[in-house]
Structure formats: C-alpha cells, structure tokens
Design a protein around this ligand. Structure first.
Ligand SMILES: NC(=O)c1ccc[n+]([C@@H]2O[C@H](COP(=O)([O-])OP(=O)(O)OC[C@H]3O[C@@H](n4cnc5c(N)ncnc54)[C@H](O)[C@@H]3O)[C@@H](O)[C@H]2O)c1
Length: 352
C-alpha cells in the first residue's frame, strides 16, 4: 500500500521530506501535493539548491502548477489558510503540517474538515493534538479510531526520549535533567529584532549567529508524555549558532550504581536491536556537523557517558534536527496512512 501525502509548507522540513522520499521510492509513501505561499518556480529552486545539503541529487523543475521531481508529478497549491487547500483533489490521505504556523490541533484539523484529507501529522510539538507519538517509545499507542491529528513532538524530544527509554528500561531513571542545543532555526533573526519572531521571550529575537540563546521550550513535559514512567523532570533548551546538527544530554539517577561500560553497551544493543534505525551508535569522536544526513532520531555518543558511585548518570546524543525528524514524520505518516479504514466504496463483496 502506498500512502498519499500532502505537505503544507515546503520549507526546511518540507524539503527534507521531499528529498528523503525522492531518494527512496520504496518508502511506502508518495507526495502527491504540496501547499506553500511561495510560487511553484521558487519551490522548485528551493529543492534544487540547498545551502546546507547541497544540490538536489536528481532533477526538479516547475511545470505549470506541478513540481516535477525525478519524473514524479507533485501538484502545488498556494493557499495561506489551511481550510482552503483542496487536498482531496489529489487524493491526499495524510497531510504533514509543516508551516510552523498551524501548530494548534484546531487549525490543523481543517485539513480534514475542509480539505478532505483523512489524517494530519503536525511537524512540531503541537498545542493540542489528539496524541503525541514518539517512535521507539509510545508510537504503538496510535489509535486510528480517536487520533486524527497527531504530532511526533519535536526533534529534541525524540533525541532525548530514545536515550531516556534505554536508561529507564535497563537501569531505572529518576530526577532527570535534560539539555538540548538546537541548530539555528529559520524563524530566528539575523540581526536583533523586537518583532517578527511571534515568540514571547525577547531573547528569541536576538541575532542568531552571535549568541547561545536560552529558549523555554517544554521538552521535558513531552518526554514524559512518551515515557510516563519517568518522574520529575527538568529541562534546558538553547538555540546555538550551528547551521545543522544538534545536541541532547540527559542526566539523572539510576536505581543502582552503573558503569560507563554498562550504559554504553545497553545503548549499542538497543541501537542494533529494538531501536534500530531510531537510535544510532557511533564510537568515533563526533562533532555536531558529523550528524548531518543521519536518519536516526539520535546518534548516541559513548564518549559523553559519565557516572557517579551513587547512581548518577549523564549521556549525550547528536541529532540532525531536520533530517532525523523528517524521517520520523514519514514513519508516522506511514503508520497513520497504513491504518486508515478502507472507504466503504472500496470494500469488495464476494458472493455467498
Ligand atoms: N527546521 C528544523 O530543524 C525543525 C525540526 C523539527 C521541527 N521543526 C518544526 O517544523 C515546522 C517547520 O519548520 P521549518 O524549519 O521547515 O520552517 P521554514 O520556515 O523553513 O518553512 C516553513 C514553510 O512554510 C511556508 N509557509 C509559511 N506560512 C505559510 C502559510 N500560511 N501557508 C502555507 N505555507 C506557508 C513558508 O513559505 C516556508 O516554505 C516548525 O513548526 C518547526 O518548529 C523544524
């Protein structure tokens, strides 16, 4: 079965999604339509040329109201409001809402109520989705009967959650503190600005290349949504001036004293076993740019593991905030799309 996807917003995330699908035609998903306020020509250019990922490894052209990506046609719409996008015209099953403008479940829901899509995946820690589903932790709790608008939370939450899951399952984990250092985002400013970021904290309007900027993003709460067994949790979040490649760290107390070797072995085993493809493991000394194009939610770095004699632990993982997260968005779109109820018109009846 191939799931027909529509993407609202062909920015950093939307373009990553398009590149991933184009590189792997057997992913079980097909992008049939995109909506963006930019013209089709500009969208084609944005896919062809990318300052961080290089030129598109294939062909992209604009042909009328279609993008032609390696000979596959993708219909383009240009509506500013989600309720105006006629997804049903292109048979879209699942919309990935990736504008960053419609994080609230209500706005995203209009892709279904007005546009005719069947499910929505919001590409961010949405305000009120029907469920947060983090791969490797709680994605199996997806219930197609009651979950129409879902969110995989954020890239940082995914990186933290997979490491926390291994620690929790193998050693117990409590009194957790997390830190995320997130690469520069498109909504940040090149020079100091008082308006235009639509974020409350005035520091988020400061020039992105000049500072490490604290951000009060609620990662800890969302890790606990995916892993409710974790008790009290605190978190720090920083926007850092790297173009791509982000860092996640967790510290906390385990149920018994553990060694660095035990923790690293547990992570390596999880990466080769139940969390394959979601957690990666690499003992080679790593800096943030090395994680570029890694499809995992988290690249565990064993050189960052520290322990104390009374059960204190600290671990470190890297993540490509665009590429890894876009892979999880596609995983989620596929999961949701493959479990769509078959419309009654498609049910075939055999003679008794
Ligand atoms: N970039 C990352 O590292 C990252 C990682 C995880 C999650 N996210 C989340 O994904 C979302 C998108 O992030 P991004 O980095 O791709 O942003 P972006 O700014 O690069 O892309 C947004 C796109 O949406 C389009 N757009 C804006 N308003 C629109 C409207 N009203 N209708 C249709 N299109 C519109 C823009 O033209 C642009 O192409 C955000 O919520 C962000 O928090 C981003």
């Amino acid at each position: 079965m191939t799931v027909a996807i529509g993407i609202n917003g062909l920015g950093r995330i939307g373009r990553s999604l398009t590149r991933i699908v184009a590189a792997m035609p057997q992913t079980g998903v097909e992008i049939t339509a995109v909506n963006d306020i930019a013209s089709t020509e500009k969208l084609a250019y944005g896919l062809r040329r990318d300052s961080l990922r290089g030129s598109f490894p294939g062909t992209v052209t604009a042909r009328g109201e279609y993008l032609v990506v390696n000979d596959r046609l993708i219909r383009t719409f240009h509506h500013e409001r989600p309720e105006r996008i006629p997804w049903a015209e292109e048979g879209v099953d699942v919309v990935i809402e990736a504008t960053g403008r419609f994080r609230a479940g209500g706005a995203a829901r209009s892709h279904i109520s007005h546009g005719g899509a069947r499910k929505v995946v919001i590409s961010a820690s949405a305000d009120d989705p029907d469920a947060f589903l983090v791969f490797g932790a709680n994605h199996n709790s997806y219930n197609p009967a009651v979950h129409d608008v879902v969110s995989p939370a954020s890239c940082g939450v995914n990186a933290l959650t997979v490491m926390a899951k291994v620690l929790l399952d193998r050693f117990g984990l409590r009194s957790v503190h997390t830190s995320v250092m997130l690469a520069t985002q498109g909504w940040q400013r090149v020079q100091d600005a008082s308006v235009g970021t639509s974020r409350d904290d005035p520091r988020l309007g400061r020039a992105s290349a000049d500072s490490i900027i604290p951000h009060n993003h609620v990662v800890g709460d969302l890790v606990r949504v995916a892993l409710p067994e974790i008790g009290e949790m605190r978190y720090s979040y920083y926007c850092v001036p790297t173009p791509i490649g982000s860092l996640a760290e967790i510290s906390g107390m385990t149920d018994r004293p553990v060694t660095v070797e035990e923790i690293n072995r547990a992570m390596a085993e999880a990466a080769a076993g139940p969390l394959r493809g979601i957690l990666a493991y690499d003992p080679d000394p790593t800096v943030s740019i090395d994680v570029k194009n890694n499809p995992a939610s988290c690249l565990f770095d064993p050189s960052g593991t520290q322990t104390t004699a009374d059960g204190g632990v600290k671990v470190r993982g890297w993540f490509d905030n665009e590429w890894g997260f876009s892979n999880r968005l596609l995983d989620l779109a596929r999961l949701v799309g493959e479990r769509l109820p078959v419309p009654s018109s498609h049910v075939s009846w055999s003679a008794a």
